[in-house]
Design a protein around this ligand. Sequence first.
Ligand code: SAH
Length: 484
Amino acid sequence: MELKKNSIYTIEITDMGNEGEGIGHLSLSDVANNKTGTDISTKASSKDGNNVQNITVFVKDTVIGDVAEISIMKAKKSIAYGRLVRLITPSPYRVTPVCPVAKSCGGCSLQHISYEKQLEYKWNKVRECLRRIGKIENPDTLMEPIYGMKEPYHYRNKAQFPVGRDKNGNIVIGFYAGRTHSIIDSDTCAIGAEVNDQILPIIRAFLTEYNISTYNETTGQGLVRHILTRVGFTTGEVMVCLIVNGKKLPHADELISRLTKISGMTSICLNINTEKTNKILGPTCKTLWGSPYITDYIGNVKYRISPLSFYQVNPVQTKVLYEKALEYADLNGEETVWDMYCGIGTISLFLAQKAKQVYGVEIVPQAILDARKNAELNDIHNVEFFTGKAEEVVPAIYEKGGDGSQADVVVVDPPRKGCDKVLLDTLIRMNPKRLVYVSCDPATLARDIAILTPAGYHLEKVAVVDQFGHTGHCENVCLLSKKL
Ligand code: SAH
């Protein structure tokens, strides 16, 4: 027996997936007894030899605790995807989203769930990954309570708003709807900086009054593509950058005179992107007014941020995360430390204040240029940065012996796919006393821990730090110590 398309079921949502979608289960008998739906069966099948198994159903727009009527859309193996038809009993964790476009916008997948429940979900997600994939017994005994945000709204210091026109030719500025390129028109964003609410109406009025063309993704014609805003939360400095398919902006002086009335305005620039591409930013920027960059701080480390620089989007929680990493590193000033996947050196510069020598490695050359510039800006001289793949640069330095071939403490902060196996093997041979693992994906973190544990690294502490409230993203930091 197989699941039928459009068949209707009543299910209880008992879990949540990576994008915050609800998860429920259908049993064999549920499927056998269901008379609804069309005969074009989906591929999901509950028969698997003689093994009776449940079908896991993912349903967008549902929440743990909901009892809902759903309709099956598609399925594969023992997984199916359903659509919410009707809520029968709403979950007690449902809240009305602050943002009027939360449902259609692709940005926040959890805004309809209470913030406390979101935090519980993230903490549980890390625990389950450590237990199931990392093979850690009782991980909850090692986990600190989650570090949630004090103020889970307006925390992002950077926003990129696509600009276009609707069917009637009116300007639309906002965010892409989930998985599409259609623009949800909105002057406000509940997780973005509040100053955006002043910036967007000014640009909207300016583009309308001066009839300035907007970019059309299909034809590749039209001038204004995106609006990028950045704010230094510590300094109050504001940057506005218009991304244009051309070399200049007509009537720029008028826009400047309006934008400079906003308190904190420091930099107004153009970014030139004349390619027919999905990439938002082009390679060159022109300053229209003020400084080519803004400055901000994480802790007492200062950063210079241009439109093209990478910078953490939630500096308040980044500070919490990196202070935790520093605490776990437990430095006394005598250590040699490696910072793998160092980006613009955020963690390296934090560590350098407490270590003898820090080495950083990062694959993006521009990020390393920023890292060196940031070291200089902060008068930090005990750091050295290498450009390249960590799994190539570090083994070469290790094999050669000499400076950087040994480390007392290693910090890794890899992208979602986790650490490269060659890098992990090299780390094990370098034999640091402590390994601090900063992760944005608990599944790959747990996979890597299962490699490090048999090599003598013992998981000691775990802290989950919510950097991205209302989204499914989950950051955490772990301490692994060498068993003596
Ligand atoms: N620690 C940094 C950035 C971490 S994000 C910070 O706090 O800001 C992960 C970084 O790993 C990105 O900057 C990415 O460019 C880099 N990266 C990805 N693959 C890499 C590899 N194989 N070797 C080195 N760096 C890599």
